[in-house]
Design a protein around this ligand. Sequence first.
Ligand code: SAM
Length: 307
Amino acid sequence: MNYRHAYHAGNFADVLKHVVLTALIDALKAKPAPFAVIDTHAGSGCYALEGQEAEKTGEWREGIGRLLFPDVGARAGTGSSLPPLLRHWLDSLLALPGNQQGLKLYPGSPLQAANAMRAGDSAQLCELHPEEATRLRELFHHDKRMHVHQRDGYEALKGLLPPKEKRGLVLIDPPYEAQEAEYRLIEQALKAALVRWPTGIYAVWYPIKLRSQVQPFLRWLGHCGARRVLRAELLVHPDDSPLRLNGSGMAILNAPWKLDETLREPLRAMSRLLGQERPAEWRLDWLAEEAAGPPQPSPLPHSRSRR
Ligand code: SAM
């Protein structure tokens, strides 16, 4: 439990994660019925970009910092404006109280969700670290939609699923302090969660250092039983060094209809904006696209017997 997100808030990996989160919440808002957000590794909810921790690494400057230039549309290679999803996400950050004079506070996933949710939607936020959980509670003490649990997020999922709203999203964003063993924890949690709530959307963030470290997890996702699994990745360095964060990905299980189309232009723009030596490499593809459930009987025997 040494990880503190304050050192990394707003970095290039957060940008990808939170743009995808925004697209998922937008998709849920397309229908009037309330939805639930379950954040298994919530963090403290809000981070000062001029704080000691953020200043120490300066990571946000290579992430959200690159979206704050006045000519950001031109830099993104999209003309003078950003793709609508990116523009609307950036505007939502700048609209936060405290950010009127520029981006001073970077909201974490719980606060971004809270800002996007409607009055009838709700969120369950799990955070194991006592200080982070206390900050999160303070942040939402006035907001009855947001429920904070100081407990293990994987364990909590068992009791939280399915949510009473019967629609919504689970964000799984662990710190990977267990390195590759974290993937096995995620797989176990997803396996149980898909039994309890097969129709939920599950979004999993993963780091990319060495490609070979993440490959078994991606293969597992392709056969995990979820109907449609979309992968969105952005690599600011080649994926061949175990010593640094070269990129990151989001795997989305039961991805909403047309999520790939929604993310394509924003990813292309992020590749130009966040690429370090050159435009960042990106991938957007389906790890699973088949209908879920037991295999359907092949139509061939029927046709034969009918002939
Ligand atoms: N999701 C947040 C965001 O996007 O703003 C960032 C979360 S940060 C990457 C991971 C968080 O998980 C840390 O705050 C850490 O204290 C917490 N954590 C670590 N292990 C946990 C566990 N088993 N259950 C719940 N939280 C955990």
